[in-house]
Design a protein around this ligand. Structure first.
Ligand SMILES: Cc1cc2nc3c(=O)[nH]c(=O)nc-3n(C[C@H](O)[C@H](O)[C@H](O)COP(=O)(O)O)c2cc1C
Length: 367
């Protein structure tokens, strides 16, 4: 199992959904960095369960106890370790899942991979709960990026077929992204909220689930971050995004449409802006060309699949009897993962940008 990401901003996550605690160790936070625990709590609360009808009823305060690497409110330069207690587990709900594999979930693949020794309670280490440490690390990464004038924000771009207005990829600004962070259901057009919530409620009433799309942007990222091939911005950011359970696609800029367009339509025409800086008139490439940022907002979209644990009967296999069987899942689940995942996606981008900017010997942009 690979529990760590990064070289310069190195994050290790650990824990299981119903174990004693989950948590993280972060190496590479420059000594003296202010660790604003209120700001961390603000982002943790955006992901925490039990606060909205679109989310699981499991209530967890998700308070982080920092046990090392912090002195008088600042990072010491030693590894920063934090623990998040699991306080509200109902492991009995998962008893049947040791044998009966949930379709669409990690149960079968994980059981084969770890020879049945993986913790099945609440999804164990495969649980969406393990994204809480990502949000903690993302909060610290955001603080480092903010020192360089970089702001990150995301919104619910779609739930099922109900769409929000996309970001203006050329002009999206820090104020818009900060406004998104203030809502548990962030939308560019708040008028879409009712229709989206109705889709989640309808799926829940039918013991089913829905998925959707999150659009995320970073503004203030200077040109020159990243490198071609293996250290490309797209590959480093995507590695983290695809680490988030339930994310099934990532597309930068207008990637979803580019295959059907011509070069004359997808090239971003360039200009000197009123301050004499190089800018693009469009942003079809999502702020990245050649794996390197070009100074335009970094913009991408991710697809989140419908929650696999649904309440209606499904066909599956029983590994103890070796027979086909039916499974009706009980327990508490998110009927839609999308709203809680918004801050997780932002956090992945923040961590990736920190890693890219600290790791790049030619720019040392964050050092
Ligand atoms: C914030 C968040 C919450 C999640 N909540 C649930 C849940 O309540 N029930 C569930 O079955 N899956 C949930 N998932 C998704 C599963 O963890 C995921 O689908 C599963 O591990 C299989 O991985 P895959 O979908 O990436 O293939 C959640 C994911 C995230 C990011």
């Amino acid at each position: 199992m690979r529990g760590s990401f990064g070289n310069s901003f190195r994050l290790t996550i650990f824990g299981e959904s119903h174990g004693g605690a989950i948590g993280m160790v972060i190496d590479g936070i420059p000594a003296g960095t202010v660790i604003d625990e209120e700001e961390i709590a603000r982002h943790m609360a955006r992901r925490a369960p039990g606060n909205d009808p679109t989310a699981t009823a499991r209530k967890e305060p998700d308070r982080v106890k920092i046990v090392s690497g912090l002195f008088e409110g600042r990072a010491t330069g030693a590894p920063l370790c934090g623990l998040i207690e699991n306080t509200n587990t109902r492991s009995g709900d998962y008893a049947q899942l040791r044998a009966r594999m949930r379709p669409g979930h990690a149960d079968y693949a994980g059981s084969v991979k770890y020879a049945g020794y993986n913790d099945p309670r609440g999804g164990g280490h495969f649980s969406g709960r393990i994204t809480a440490p990502l949000v903690f690390a993302g909060s610290i990464a955001r603080a480092l990026l903010a020192q360089k004038g970089i702001t990150i924000g995301a919104h619910i771009a779609a739930i099922e077929s109900v769409q929000d207005t996309p970001f203006d990829a050329v002009n999206v600004d820090a104020a818009t992204l900060e406004r998104m962070q203030e809502s548990r259901f962030p939308l560019v057009d708040p008028g879409r909220e009712e229709a989206m919530r109705a889709r989640v409620a309808a799926a829940r009433a039918e013991a089913d689930s829905v998925g959707g799309v999150i659009e995320c942007a970073a503004v203030g990222v200077p040109a020159g971050v990243g490198s071609p091939f293996f250290g490309s911005v797209e590959s480093v950011v995507s590695q983290l995004l695809f680490s988030i359970p339930a994310i099934k696609s990532v597309e930068f800029g207008d990637a979803g449409w580019m295959a059907r367009m011509r070069g004359s339509q997808t090239n971003d025409a360039m200009t000197y802006d009123e301050n004499g800086r190089v800018a693009c008139l469009t942003n079809h490439n999502g702020g990245v060309t050649g794996g390197i940022t070009n100074g335009m907002p970094v913009v991408f979209r991710v697809c989140i699949k419908p929650t696999p644990s649904i309440g209606r009967a499904q066909q599956t296999v029983d590994l103890t009897t070796g027979e086909n069987t039916m499974l009706t899942i009980t327990g508490r689940h998110d009927p839609c993962i999308v709203p809680r995942a918004v801050v997780v996606v932002e956090s992945a981008l923040a961590i990736a940008l920190c890693e890219l900017m600290m790791d790049d010997a030619s720019t040392k942009a964050l050092k």
